[in-house]
Design a protein around this ligand. Sequence first.
Ligand SMILES: *[C@@H]1O[C@H](CO)[C@@H](O)[C@H](O)[C@H]1NC(C)=O
Ligand SMILES: *[C@@H]1O[C@H](CO)[C@@H](O)[C@H](O)[C@H]1NC(C)=O
Ligand SMILES: *[C@@H]1O[C@H](CO)[C@@H](O)[C@H](O)[C@H]1NC(C)=O
Length: 331
Amino acid sequence: MKTLRILLILNLFIISLTFGKRTENLKIEKVTGPYLLAEGPHWDAEKNLLYFVDINSQKILCYDPKTKITTHAYLKCGLVSVVVPVAGKENTFIAGCGTDLVQVLWNPRTNNRNPKIKIISKVDVGINDTRFNDGKVDPKGRFWGGTMLLDSKVADPPNQASLYRFAYDGTPTTMITPVSVSNGLVWSHTNDSFYYIDSQAYNIVVYDYDDTTGNISNKRVLLDLKKTKIKGIPDGMTIDKAGNLWVAINTGGKVIHVDSKDGKVLRSVKMPVTDVSSVAFGGPNKDILYVTTARDKLSKAQIKVQPTAGSVFAIHGLGTTGSPMLACRIK
Ligand SMILES: *[C@@H]1O[C@H](CO)[C@@H](O)[C@H](O)[C@H]1NC(C)=O
Ligand SMILES: *[C@@H]1O[C@H](CO)[C@@H](O)[C@H](O)[C@H]1NC(C)=O
Ligand SMILES: *[C@@H]1O[C@H](CO)[C@@H](O)[C@H](O)[C@H]1NC(C)=O
């Protein structure tokens, strides 16, 4: 009995030591930047490169963790919100540029001030003052991208934007409308659920997803940030090996880990800056959470107290991994 009790105490001690160690090992490192509004991180598992955008400076960027070098291409077509590689085509990307979905030819190892750009599709036709925002590739390789009202027009009525799914030939289908600020975008590993964020609705929602047709239905609220008193705006999102969500909380200075079944907040990771825009797992073992941030809405005084605002950060030691992000299948 006594031995058992000693063993039990010893066990608890080891557990707390391990837990303590795990907490200590959480390392948040600035890897590149700062930029104005870094967004849309996408890990290329084939090349071990991180792609992202700086929306306001109209750049798509590439960070190589091995060399620590960041390269970029400038897109003259407008504000650029998302970039993903095209499957099976070397140095070929699609990007959201203004309200155009464009194909960009770019060798990501180089800087390019004038890459070749081709318009694949146009969205929000007849609506003024919107632009593409976040986008992701679904399990079947189809690109989904949503729009938002331009920051300068926030005083205008909300709900003028939409979420679109693009067929392999580039034809858009409206999936969710109206939307204020389209964000999030994650599919479950079982390919039957779709998680989505309209930032100005302050929630994370889940739909049933039909992988064959690409249709979504049966919307439910998974987590209501206002009801649960989480300060900040839900922005970009990704999924881990266990199928749970990691969500950037913009203006809230944190990334939250959310149970994808019941919406419970499992963990909150405080970031060194307030405006946290998006997240993606990367690194050779996909165990690094890359976090993009912004400084475009901060005052000079605010930047003084958070000088790394707008950088891309790497969080090491979270104890989980992500799954490969797919390249896009498009003409
Ligand atoms: C968009 O702008 C044009 C030109 O200013 C105007 O004629 C049109 O009514 C606007 N459309 C909407 C939907 O606001
Ligand atoms: C879900 O889709 C991915 C990507 O196409 C595929 O690798 C995986 O096998 C699918 N999972 C299931 C459970 O169908
Ligand atoms: C998928 O959605 C489209 C457009 O709403 C509809 O025409 C089609 O019937 C749907 N397919 C299924 C299998 O529900």
